[in-house]
Design a protein around this ligand. Structure first.
Ligand SMILES: O=C(O)[C@H](O)[C@@H](O)[C@@H](O)C(=O)NO
Ligand SMILES: [Mg+2]
Length: 382
């Protein structure tokens, strides 16, 4: 049961996803990027794994914080190990972030599942084995036939409905697109999608914090006429009072926070201040599966749904272990990318979606990522 080592393998993987100068993903030519796999090993040889960017598990963090907290400890003591790492964040000179806590926590859950030969959502206490996915579309772009016009969004939405999606979320145009953000263009894209898919498909928008209160109000009122399910991150989530103002002035549910820090503690303040109608969590956003579950239960205590940010199996297990969540966010999607192609370092997708739009939780032990260890060994960087 005792953890004897924490290590990291960094390897090359090929992707067609490129980040723009604001961090938004867009399709482009295939290129190689570095990915990291953290490995937590116990005395009896069991291992747990999780994937993240190499800088999130760089040697300084593993040696100065992670190993000092984990090595010599019982791998089953996830709550205490998470609390010890979270407590050390304050004294880490802002080096130990929620992303690193998430990578460690996910690997600990994976270790538990692999050791006990059980999928994580069953260890937590499953609520369901499958969940509806919404297609989370990439931010708009200026690519011919991509997501450059409202008609492009409408055409892609029709394709997603044919694939089986019963919900679609638009990330609209944002800087560095020269004329963005633009409320009227956002509403044109949303109207074109509603026209294309009809009244029964659930639609949401994620405006990615580019708007003022007044712009957000105009956007929200327009979405109310189009029957959207929620408006997400239309303003900077560092302004709690702006979201309280928006939620007070809109009928459409306001969902958040996604990118605001403070884990489940700060999300309690968002609820009690009336800043949101639907809470948001995410394994990477709050520091792991452990705090994401706390956030789900917090929202449930207030009669509130809590929607989980992000794809991959780690988020899917959180969704599967909670009643107060309606969707799995499957994405990010683009007309020029085939999401179902997956990743070269995994043997199969961890979030396969059936033709009815349901994603089935992997029943493989642990997180359930079907890791191609040979690929990783053959493409090692360090
Ligand atoms: O880069 C990000 O912050 C996320 O990928 C984001 O674009 C998207 O996943 C999101 O906000 N979903 O709600
Ligand atoms: Mg979002």
């Amino acid at each position: 049961m005792i953890i004897t080592d924490v290590s990291v393998k960094t390897f090359l993987t090929t992707t067609r996803r490129h980040s723009d100068s604001a961090g938004h993903a867009h399709p482009g030519p295939a290129h190689q990027v570095q990915q990291a796999m953290i490995i937590i090993r116990t005395e009896d040889g069991h291992e747990g794994y999780s994937f993240t960017a190499p800088e999130i598990v760089r040697p300084h963090l593993i040696e100065k914080f992670v190993k000092k907290v984990l090595v010599g400890q019982d791998y089953r003591d996830r709550e205490r190990l998470w609390q010890d790492l979270a407590h050390w964040q304050r004294g880490s000179a802002a080096q130990l972030t929620d992303r690193t806590l998430a990578a460690v926590d996910v690997a600990l859950w994976d270790l538990a599942g692999r050791t006990l030969n059980q999928p994580v959502y069953k260890l937590i206490g499953a609520y369901r084995d499958k969940v509806r996915a919404y297609g989370s579309i990439m931010c708009g772009d200026e690519i011919e036939g991509g997501l450059a016009t409202p008609e492009d969004y409408a055409r892609f939405a029709e394709k997603l409905v044919k694939r089986g999606y019963k919900g679609i979320k638009l990330h609209t145009w944002m800087p560095p697109v020269s004329w963005a953000p633009n409320v009227k263009m956002d509403l044109k894209a949303c109207a074109a999608v509603r026209e294309a898919v009809g009244p029964d498909i659930h639609l949401m928008i994620d405006a990615f914090h580019w708007y003022s209160r007044v712009d957000s109000l105009e956007l929200g009122r327009g979405l109310e006429k189009l029957g959207f399910d929620w408006i997400e991150e239309s303003m900077d989530e560092q302004s709690l009072s702006s979201y309280k103002w928006l939620a007070d002035n809109l009928d459409i549910p306001v969902l958040g926070p996604e990118s605001a820090g403070g884990k489940h503690w700060h999300r309690a303040e968002w609820i009690t201040s009336g800043a949101v109608d639907i809470l948001r969590t995410g394994v990477n956003d709050v520091g792991g599966i452990t705090p994401a579950l706390k956030t789900m239960r917090l929202a449930e205590s207030f009669g509130m749904d809590c929607e989980v940010h992000g794809n991959t199996a780690m988020n899917l297990h959180v969704v599967a272990a909670a009643k107060n969540c309606r969707w799995y966010e499957r994405g990010l999607l683009h007309p020029f990318l085939e999401y179902d192609d997956g990743f070269d370092y995994l043997n199969q997708l961890s979030d396969p979606m059936d033709e009815d739009g349901y994603v089935h939780v992997p029943n493989r032990p642990g997180i359930g990522e079907d890791i191609n260890f040979d690929f990783i060994e053959n493409n090692l960087v360090s």
